[in-house]
Design a protein. Structure first.
Length: 89
């Protein structure tokens, strides 16, 4: 997960924002999160790795969602908790 580094966090405040979300939402292994507009899934991977929650990302662009899946497969233990779907909400 750390090998992807700053390239995996395309949002303001980086991992600090993710840590804040984990804290204020009380995320743990009992929670399933819906990430709308998930992109390549950096926040989803980070949040799931730290909190053990399940995350389903929904991304409009097929190639971006597929790339998110590919990156997730590279991180041991996350493929069973982080999934990506192609869709429009």
């Amino acid at each position: 997960l750390t090998a992807l580094g700053h390239l995996d966090q395309y949002h303001y405040l980086g991992v600090e924002a993710n840590d804040h979300v984990i804290d204020i939402m009380g995320l743990d292994e009992s929670v399933h999160v819906l990430d709308i507009g998930s992109g390549i899934g950096g926040p989803a991977r980070y949040i799931s790795a730290k909190s053990k929650c399940r995350i389903t990302g929904v991304e409009l662009q097929k190639d971006i969602a597929e790339y998110g899946d590919e990156l997730t497969q590279r991180v041991p233990g996350l493929a069973d908790r982080v999934k990506f779907e192609i869709g429009d909400i």
